[in-house]
Design a protein around this ligand. Structure first.
Ligand SMILES: [Zn+2]
Length: 257
């Protein structure tokens, strides 16, 4: 089974007090048999563009092992953050964009949130939304109108409600078929219900933090999936959604607009 981690970070973070180097992430990927990681800056980094460049260098130095996700605070002059997102996708080959609800203090009423989703629609990339810790902005339910306004944009609810609002994450995913749920920090029992309700093809294994990789893997193994479903959760669903890799699976209809 080829493993893809849908949620990884490098760099420093003043919001959560974190620091993960590219070398440490790549070593952990080797240790745990992760072929590919989707890598983004932390929300509390001083200069996101520098970490975007760092991620692009990782991708160039390790073909097929790293794909970038852009993450910038969507506040202030739009040309600033939208320009950086466009640079990430068009110049650096990034495959998604993050809305960090708590780390960037962005809610569905933020003009920047709408601008980022519209940019993602133009660029043909999924939008990842942090959910769970950080309510009310991180409550999946508050994003439902935005998600419904953009039915051709794939949305990934990171942490699938984080064990706090898993029911809301699942309700949004059941309501909108352009929603995927990512497993890091999600409740184990929540994940079981999600898999039953929406299927393994819309569940993405993610670790978020290097130290959490074995824990997050064990949680997904505990779902006791058949091999085909396990392959979906551990990477095939992410490969299809983000259109990465060179296997038989191509982008889904939702990601190909
Ligand atoms: Zn994260």
């Amino acid at each position: 089974m080829t493993i893809t981690d849908a949620h990884a970070h490098v760099g420093t973070c003043d919001v959560f007090g974190l620091d993960q180097s590219p070398a440490d992430l790549l070593a952990a990927m080797d240790r745990y048999g992760i072929r590919t990681s989707l890598v983004q800056p932390f929300p509390g980094v001083w200069h996101p563009s520098e970490v975007h460049d760092q991620i692009a260098r990782m991708a160039a130095d390790h073909p097929g092992r790293v794909y970038g996700i852009a993450s910038v605070p969507p506040h202030g002059p739009p040309q600033g953050y939208l320009g950086e997102i466009r640079r990430c996708v068009e110049d650096l080959g990034f495959v998604g964009v993050k809305l960090h609800t708590i780390g960037h203090a962005v809610g569905p009423a933020s003009p920047g949130a709408e601008a980022v989703v519209e940019a993602a629609s133009d660029l043909g990339i999924p939008v990842l939304i942090h959910t769970g810790m950080g309510i009310p902005f991180a409550d999946p339910g508050v994003w439902l109108p935005m998600i419904q306004r953009h039915p051709t944009v794939p949305f990934v609810l990171c942490h699938a409600g984080g064990g706090i609002v898993g029911g809301a994450a699942l309700a949004v995913a059941r309501t909108c078929d352009n929603v995927w749920l990512e497993s890091s920090a999600a409740g184990s029992q929540d994940l079981r219900g999600m898999r039953r309700a929406i299927g393994a093809h819309r569940l993405l294994y993610g670790s978020d933090l290097i130290g959490a990789i074995p824990v997050e893997m064990a949680k997904c193994h505990a779902l006791e999936l058949e091999s085909a479903d396990e392959a979906l959760v551990f990477g095939e669903a992410a490969v299809r959604l983000f259109g990465i890799g060179t296997g038989a699976a191509g982008p889904t209809a939702g990601a190909s607009h």
